[in-house]
Design a protein around this ligand. Structure first.
Ligand code: ARG
Length: 466
């Protein structure tokens, strides 16, 4: 029977041959897990060294194994390695090549090990490295925000709730809100790294091994704090991947909010910021356009990252202990989320660093929408000892009057104000300007420029140097 005949009538056209080819296509992970080659080789070298030190393999064989593995590393890095789908995954591709290179000694490498603990240790090493890359990128973004915050600690802009003008704040204060968010993301990265810092190598297939392995040695050699404590959990745990995706999803969600603000701020209607040419595009038909594509894509890519989190949670839910092939689906989710997040962080850092702030437009908008109404109410409370609820009511009438006269609160005359409440004096005008409003918010964490500068100093001191 020809291959064509053997293939299914319904989908035979798509596949060159029968079920074996389909099995290979669904089973193989080499297309994506080749990304783990360096971790796989590093793990195998550490494992072989431990096998030699515990007398499980001879020193001679171990030297051949290590030499062969280093040759393979060089082959892969120079693009000379021929990956084979038939060999399923990175582990078997490397091991098969090792056999070609060094002969029978290659067969000793897999003693006291299974692909189950092997893939777990490889993937942990990769996720650890990626967490560290994200930490560096987050730090870069935070530093950029701190620089912009320092520049604009006293630049007034409208603060919003419901995207309606609420109270004046400063642009520096707004930047610092994002510093808080990204600093929390960074602390989540550190927490997750701390928790995942255990080596599963030596758990073998699931039950541990009867060989006298030294799991503490391999853990140490691979830079882990200690070995994992339960062999079943070691091969079935993917919490570190889920935690990576959770951290990535929360970070991406923060990035999407900032991206959305940039989209809004850069519209001609707001005109608060102008993106540099490097982070915007023009329109092929409308010459006046400058589109915030990078911000829009940061906003959009969040969907992809969040999707990967839900995807892997769904893969893992209901899996019985221990390893199941389902878990092979962990890698593409994490790799794509990582690549996407790295790009989003780089794009956001670039945009924030480059954008021009339109101080005049922000100030103008800060004064619109009766943004100092709360300041008037607070003045009534402070100066006339009025209960806040009553002050709120009086201020509401002042706003209505200003609206009727089509002017800002600060443009109402003293007589106008006194017609609403006789106790109001000239002194009230000191609180009705946006600058004074902002300056007065000196509570800890408030928007007063002096307070914003204090928080900038705090984060500058706290950010890790490296
Ligand atoms: N390619 C597999 C994965 O990524 C490696 C582990 C395979 N183990 C097994 N027992 N089939 O999960």
């Amino acid at each position: 029977m020809s291959d064509k005949k053997a293939s299914n009538q319904m989908w035979g056209g798509r596949f060159a041959s029968g079920p074996a080819a389909i099995m290979e296509a669904i089973n193989a992970s080499i297309g994506f897990d080749r990304k783990l080659y360096a971790q796989d080789i590093r793990g195998s070298i550490a494992h072989s060294e431990m096998l030699a030190q515990t007398g499980i393999v001879s020193a001679d064989d171990q030297q051949k194994i290590a030499h062969g593995l280093n040759t393979i590393l060089a082959e892969i890095e120079s693009g000379k390695f021929a990956f084979s789908t038939r060999l399923e995954d990175i582990h078997m591709n490397v091991e098969a090549r090792l056999a070609e290179l060094i002969g029978p000694a290659a067969g000793r490498l897999h003693t006291a090990r299974s692909r189950n603990d092997q893939v777990a240790v490889d993937f942990r090493l990769w996720v650890k490295d990626e967490f560290n890359r994200v930490a560096v990128a987050l730090k870069g973004l935070i530093e950029t925000l701190l620089t912009r915050a320092e520049e604009h600690a006293a630049t007034v802009m409208p603060g919003f709730t419901h995207l309606q003008t609420a109270q004046p704040v400063t642009f520096g204060h707004h930047c610092m809100a994002y510093v808080e968010m990204f600093a929390r993301d960074l602390s989540r990265v550190r927490d997750a790294l701390e928790r995942m810092d255990e080596s599963p190598l030596g758990a073998a297939a699931l039950a541990g091994t009867g060989f006298p392995v030294d799991r503490h040695q391999t853990a140490k050699a691979l830079g882990f704090r200690e070995p994992t404590r339960n062999s079943l959990d070691s091969v079935s745990d993917r919490d570190y991947a889920l935690e990576f995706l959770s951290v990535a999803a929360i970070t991406a969600t923060h990035l999407s909010r900032l991206a959305e603000e940039i989209v809004i701020w850069s519209t001609p209607q707001f005109g608060f910021v102008r993106l540099s040419d490097s982070y915007s595009t023009g329109s092929s038909i409308m010459p006046q356009k400058k589109n915030p594509d990078a911000a829009e894509l940061v906003r959009a890519k969040t969907g992809r990252v969040n999707g990967h989190l839900v995807g892997l949670l769904t893969v893992m839910k209901g899996l019985p202990l221990t390893y199941s092939k389902d878990m092979q689906e962990d890698k593409e989710a994490v790799f794509d989320a990582a690549e996407t997040l790295d790009l989003m962080l780089a794009a956001m850092t670039g945009m924030i660093g480059d954008l021009t702030v339109n101080v005049a437009a922000m100030k103008k908008a800060a004064g619109s929408g009766y943004s100092t109404a709360t300041d008037l109410a607070d003045w009534l409370v402070r100066s006339l000892n009025m209960p806040f609820r009553e002050a709120h009511h009086v201020t509401g009438r002042a706003v209505a009057l200003a609206e009727e006269k089509k002017v800002g609160l600060e443009k109402l005359s003293l007589d106008d104000l006194r017609s609403i409440h006789h106790g109001i004096t000239d002194d009230v005008f000191t609180v009705l300007s946006v600058q004074n409003s902002v300056k007065s918010r000196t509570s800890f964490g408030g928007t007063a420029p002096a307070e914003v500068r204090r928080q900038i100093r705090y984060w500058k001191k706290r950010l890790p140097k490296a």
